[in-house]
Each structure stands twice: as structure tokens, then as C-alpha cells.
Design a binder for this molecule. Structure first.
Ligand code: MN
Length: 225
């Protein structure tokens, strides 16, 4: 479990630390991914929450729960909120971002499908311990345009997901504005912005590398619980 989110300026002495707050996740924010799971492309952002207890740092292992036999990777751009805000205008939204990192929204796809069939929430399918691996943040000032980034995931060196943040249906600024109408955004809150196409299962012994242009890569292993 991760007790703090670190923003690295590359030198260490100026690193900023945030206690993780709520993990706000966006589903179906890339059209090709929505379609690959047989879902419609949404007309407004689809929000769910993940517990902060699911966070793990780079170098840790994803632990596969016995309750699932189909745990999927979803590589995502993650924003760290640095400034409190409610009803944030889209034009001011990016000023609330302290940093950007690459993260994984691990998903027990079989449990999620059962929940969808019953009309139940996704909290279990998305919320197991270790289901939110998160890389080191870079300061937002070092990311000139969050919609101009390549995003990619490899397993054991093979490319599984390769996308671009320009393909997001709802931009980071729009998501922040939208989410802030529901939740007061607090320093330390994390926004997982959705995954491009190519999601698929992970297996014990796999080595995942998640990367976004200009951000430190995230490396995690996979083992059984
Ligand atoms: Mn996701």
C-alpha cells in the first residue's frame, strides 16, 4: 500500500509529497476501448471510485485475488490534484493539477461482467488491494499539453496497449470540471482518465511496463494471492 504520492523534480530535495485522497476513475474515455468491450461511447463522463488502499508503487507486485480468474490491465494517464476546488470552470481546471503520472486501473473483468449483468456497482471488480499501481509524478509544469501524449503498456516486452491522449473522448480539463461538480476535489485526489484499447489479462510471473511520454515508467510484477 502506498502512503504518499511523490512528485519528483528530478533532484529529490524539492520533491513534494501528497497523501492520496479519493481515486476518481473514468470509464470508457477512449472510443476504441468502449467498443472493444461491447459498450456504447458515452455522452457524458462515466465515473467510478477506487479505494486508496489499492495503490502500490512501481517495483511492487499486483496480487491476483482468488475470487477472479480474469484480471485485466488498463494503462491510464493519472492526474494528481494539488488545489482544492468545487464547480471548477473548464478553463481553470488544469491549474488544479499538481502533477501527472502513469497508472494502471487493474480490473477483475469476470467480476465486473457479473456486476454489470446484475446492475451492481464495480467496487469489488476494481477495488482489490494492489489494483492501482501508480508511477512517480512529474510536476504539471513539465507537461505542456496532457492531450498530446503517447501511452503504452508492454507485458514481458510485448506491446499490448498503445494509444494517444488526443483520443480521449473527454479531455483532462473537461473531466476535472465535470468531476468537481460532483465531488469537492482535494489536494491528493487522483484522477484516472481512462484506458485506450488493447486491455487483456495478466498472469503470474508477468512483468508490466506502463509508460506515457515524458513521465517515469511504471514497472510491476504479477503474482497469485
Ligand atoms: Mn479504467
Amino acid at each position: 500500500m502506498m502512503e504518499e504520492c511523490r512528485i519528483s523534480h528530478g533532484f529529490g530535495k524539492d520533491d513534494a509529497l501528497f497523501r492520496p485522497g479519493k481515486l476518481i476513475c473514468i470509464g470508457r474515455n477512449y472510443a476504441a476501448h468502449a467498443l472493444e468491450l461491447g459498450n456504447a461511447v458515452p455522452s457524458e463522463p462515466m465515473i467510478f471510485l477506487k479505494p486508496a488502499s489499492a495503490l502500490i508503487a512501481s517495483g511492487s507486485d499486483i496480487v491476483l485475488p482468488a475470487a477472479s480468474s480474469d484480471v485485466h490491465h488498463e494503462v491510464e494517464l493519472v492526474c494528481l490534484i494539488g488545489e482544492r476546488g468545487k464547480n471548477i470552470p473548464e478553463s481553470e481546471a488544469l491549474a488544479h493539477v499538481a502533477g501527472y503520472a502513469v497508472g494502471l486501473d487493474m480490473t477483475a473483468r469476470d467480476l465486473q461482467q457479473k456486476a454489470k449483468d446484475k446492475g451492481h456497482p464495480w467496487s469489488v471488480a476494481k477495488g482489490f488491494d494492489t489494483f492501482a499501481p501508480l508511477g512517480t509524478f512529474v510536476p504539471a509544469s513539465e507537461v505542456s499539453d496532457p492531450q498530446a501524449l503517447s501511452i503504452r503498456l508492454t507485458i514481458n516486452g510485448d506491446v499490448r496497449q498503445e494509444g494517444h491522449t488526443s483520443d480521449m473522448i473527454f479531455t483532462v480539463a473537461r473531466l476535472i470540471a465535470y468531476c468537481s461538480r460532483v465531488f469537492t476535489l482535494m489536494p491528493g485526489d487522483l484522477l484516472f482518465t481512462g484506458t485506450p484499447e488493447g486491455v487483456g489479462p495478466v498472469h503470474p510471473g508477468d512483468w508490466l511496463e506502463a509508460s506515457v511520454d515524458g513521465l517515469p515508467a511504471l514497472h510491476v510484477g504479477v503474482r497469485r494471492g
